[in-house]
Structures are given as structure tokens and as C-alpha cells.
Write a protein that binds this ligand. Structure first.
Ligand SMILES: NC(=O)c1ccc[n+]([C@@H]2O[C@H](COP(=O)([O-])OP(=O)(O)OC[C@H]3O[C@@H](n4cnc5c(N)ncnc54)[C@H](O)[C@@H]3O)[C@@H](O)[C@H]2O)c1
Length: 274
């Protein structure tokens, strides 16, 4: 933070994954927080507007990630593989790439990262159980395993070097729920922006894990462990109730996508593709 040279709270924020679904939305909405927002993605993205810098970068390229982080005050890390994929693709972006990012953050003296983790780190918990940030991890695929790595890596960089991270275990963040499961996992864009704001501006966060979910009628995730962030969701999947009405037709007990919180991600893993 440098308030001497800027009326905005941050001099320069880095947003990775700026070409993705969440990145495109966040790019517009975080502008008031920083004099300059450096937006980055593997793919080509819209050219820089006022107060922006665009840097195309593959997270798997160590030197490129080091250059990407120069002059940055804090990182909003939304880049990477965001669904189940081959181990190689996930490894390059989410494991190797994340290590490159934290090494660069450490060497540059950057103090805070907001990390887009995922609720799929606990996707193998049943849909009849409420879980909080302290339960043992039960990922529902290789993608979820890579997010567990991210949570562990960021924990290490806090314990060893004091770099603060807020891990956002995002549910399903889209403009609206896309299926019945998302009536429980939905995180409205407004609520995501507010959660990122809380994660970035709370004075001390240490290493925090929080679920990213709106105030939906059915709840699987208990966020009391991260109450000090002050995040209060204002939106709810109730707004979309007519799209996925309760039918009273229950899924069979052996339907694993209805039995476990991870839903269809459980069926997307490599062992189901052969
Ligand atoms: N949208 C959700 O509901 C949701 C839920 C849980 C977690 N998340 C996490 O939030 C983040 C953003 O999600 P999204 O929905 O916008 O995903 P997305 O797939 O739309 O965007 C991810 C972006 O990362 C970029 N990327 C991929 N590999 C990269 C690499 N090697 N180097 C640099 N950039 C790379 C892609 O080009 C893409 O633009 C992801 O980390 C995702 O896992 C999202």
C-alpha cells in the first residue's frame, strides 16, 4: 500500500486469470481499489484500458511469472485450470504455476495473496453433512487435489515467510445457478466481489480458509472460522428458485453425484474417461 502517491488504497494489484469467467468480471470491479491493475492470462485478453497493464503469461514459465510480479502490492490469483482435466495440464498451471507464483511473491516481498481455491477440496463429503474450514480435506478429483496443494503451499509460505493468503473455497460462481446442485453452491458475482474485498482489506488475515457461497437456502458450508473477515453475503439462489423447482422426486441413493457435495466433478476424473 502506498497512500502517499495514490488516492486509491493500492498502488498496483495483479489479477491472474483475467481472461476467465471470474477474471473478466473482477477486472471491471476491482478498478477502484488500485491506481494500476495488472491483468494477466495465458490467452490473449482485451487491451489495457485506463489504469491497466496487460501481461500475457504462462504460469508454468518461471521467469515470466517473476517478471509478472514486479512492482505488485498484492495478488488476486484466479488463473489456472478450473475444471477436471489431465494431470499434466493441471500440474503445469495449478501446481508448478502456483509454486512459481509463491516463489516470486516471496522474492518480491509481496505481502498478500487472494487465492481462488475451490469447494472441490471437500467434494467427497456427503450432501447431508455441514463442513467448516477445519475438516480434513476430501478432494473429489485431480483438480480438487491441485487446490489442496494450493492451500498447503500457501499455508507453508505463511508459516515460513509470513506471506498472508486468503483461500476462497468458491462454490459455483456464475451469473446464475446452472443446475439444481448450484442452488446450494451458488456464489453471486456481487458476493464474490465483496468476499475478495474483505479478503484484501481486512488488516490481518494470516492464513485464512473461507467458503465462497451466497446466502442460499440449503447450506453445506459453515464459515464461522473466517467470521473476522466480515463477509456477509447479500445475494441468494432463492432469486432463481423458479428455474430449479423442488420436484419431490428424489435421486436414487446410489447416485453419487447427488450423494456427494462435489456432484458431477466426481464423475469427471480420469478413471471415468477410459
Ligand atoms: N467459477 C467458479 O464457479 C469457480 C469455482 C471454484 C473455483 N474457481 C476457481 O476460480 C478461478 C477462476 O475460475 P473461472 O471460472 O474464471 O475459470 P476460467 O477457466 O474461466 O478462467 C481461468 C483462466 O486461467 C487461465 N489459465 C489457464 N491456464 C493458465 C496458465 N498455465 N497460465 C496462465 N493462465 C492460465 C485461462 O486461460 C483462463 O482464462 C480458477 O482458479 C478456478 O479454479 C472457480
Amino acid at each position: 500500500m502506498n497512500q502517499a502517491v495514490s488516492s486509491k488504497p493500492f498502488q498496483r494489484l495483479l489479477l491472474t486469470g483475467a481472461g476467465g469467467g471470474l477474471g473478466v468480471m473482477l477486472r471491471e470491479r476491482i478498478k477502484p481499489w488500485a491506481q494500476t491493475v495488472r491483468v494477466s492470462d495465458l490467452k490473449e485478453i482485451a487491451p489495457a484500458g485506463p489504469g491497466e497493464e496487460v501481461v500475457q503469461c504462462d504460469l508454468a514459465d518461471r521467469e515470466a511469472v517473476m517478471a509478472l510480479t514486479e512492482g505488485v502490492d498484492a495478488v488476486l490469483h484466479f488463473g489456472g485450470v478450473s475444471v477436471e482435466d489431465s494431470f499434466e495440464n493441471i500440474m503445469n498451471a495449478n501446481i508448478l504455476g502456483l509454486h512459481h507464483l509463491y516463489e516470486a511473491v516471496h522474492k518480491r516481498g509481496i505481502r498478500r495473496v487472494i487465492y481462488a481455491s475451490s469447494s472441490h477440496v471437500v467434494g467427497y463429503y456427503p450432501t447431508t453433512q455441514v463442513v467448516d474450514a477445519t475438516v480434513p480435506l476430501r478432494p473429489d478429483g485431480i483438480y480438487g487435489v491441485s487446490k489442496c496443494f494450493g492451500e498447503a503451499l500457501s499455508r507453508y509460505y505463511y508459516d515460513r515467510f509470513g506471506i498472508e493468503t486468503v483461500c476462497l473455497r468458491i462454490g459455483s460462481s456464475f451469473d446464475a445457478p446452472r443446475n439444481a446442485r448450484m442452488m446450494t453452491t451458488f456464489l453471486a458475482y456481487d458476493d464474490l466481489v465483496e468476499l475478495v474485498r474483505c479478503a484484501l482489506f481486512t488488516p490481518r488475515v494470516g492464513h485464512t480458509i473461507t467458503y465462497g457461497v451466497s446466502d442460499n437456502p440449503v447450506k453445506w458450508w459453515d464459515n464461522r472460522e473466517a467470521d473476522y473477515l466480515g463477509f456477509v453475503p447479500r445475494r441468494s439462489s432463492r432469486e432463481f428458485a423458479e428455474r430449479f423447482p423442488q420436484t419431490g422426486v428424489w435421486p436414487p441413493a446410489e447416485d453419487i453425484a447427488a450423494t456427494y457435495q462435489g456432484g458431477p466433478f466426481l464423475l469427471a476424473g480420469p478413471m471415468y474417461k477410459d
